[in-house]
Design a protein. Structure first.
Length: 244
């Protein structure tokens, strides 16, 4: 595991960064210049050093959990969790870009939203830490995709484009999660840029609530990232009221 030797000055700088990160993001953050709030969720951390073609090649980011004990460490194209002196790795620890990560308030779980490009291919994975292991949680993407595509599907010229799915906000510790599903912003998609919210129980995998863009904005405006803020500007008043 990579180690770091810090001087007294650098240690003080780290403490200050943790306090500032906690105030800004609801969690402590140490990351290189260019690291910022997530594009989808302002409660997530954008996992890049710079917004460049392959930022993961020189990436080295630490994202502290709210308990200040657990740390998500992203180094180049790999990630793992450090818990005290223990290093815990997932079965699949490859992480390219774009991607963003958010810890649950109880520090027992986290999500990572990843995409295959800036426009399409986004999905979210949930992980819980228990008994020194990282456990992948449920088939959330499949559930949301199936529900969303009943009324909002991009299919043209025999080609289907799956909706983008991203994590937005943890609810009730790590028991529930608020997600968004988005019609890809492609010209061939009839409802391009439309998005809706889903409140999900992670223990059962059930959809507890569906929210329109207006409902999401009314309740969670401060959480919506630049991607969703941009979508809102392109939606009609009717689309903003539509529940997925």
């Amino acid at each position: 595991m990579p180690t770091r030797k810090r001087s007294a000055a650098s240690t003080l700088l780290l403490i200050l960064s943790l306090l500032i990160g906690h105030a800004l993001y609801g969690q402590a953050v140490e990351c290189p210049p260019g690291c910022s709030q997530g594009r989808w969720s302002k409660e997530a951390v954008d996992l890049s050093m710079e917004r460049q073609k392959a930022p993961y090649e020189s990436r080295d980011i630490l994202i502290f959990a709210p308990d200040h004990r657990k740390v998500a460490h992203i180094l180049k194209d790999q990630w793992w969790i450090e818990d005290g002196t223990q290093r815990i790795a997932a079965k699949d620890s490859l992480l390219l870009y774009p991607a963003e990560l958010a810890w649950a308030p109880d520090s027992r779980a986290f999500f990572i939203t990843t995409g295959t490009g800036y426009t399409t291919g986004y999905e979210v994975e949930f992980y819980r830490i228990a008994e020194g292991k990282i456990i992948s949680i449920g088939k959330v993407n499949k559930t949301i995709r199936s529900d969303f595509e009943q009324h909002h599907r991009c299919f043209s010229y025999g080609i289907g484009n799956d909706p983008n799915i991203a994590g937005l906000k943890w609810l009730n510790g790590s028991e529930r999660i608020l997600l968004v599903a988005e019609v890809p912003p492609l010209g061939i998609c009839k409802e391009a840029n439309y998005f809706g919210g889903y409140e999900i129980s992670l223990s059962s995998g059930d959809i507890l609530r569906r929210l329109s863009p207006d409902e999401l904005t009314a309740a969670w405006s401060q959480v919506l990232g630049e991607r969703l803020k941009g979508d809102l500007e392109l939606l009609s008043a009717k689309a903003k009221r539509r529940v997925p």
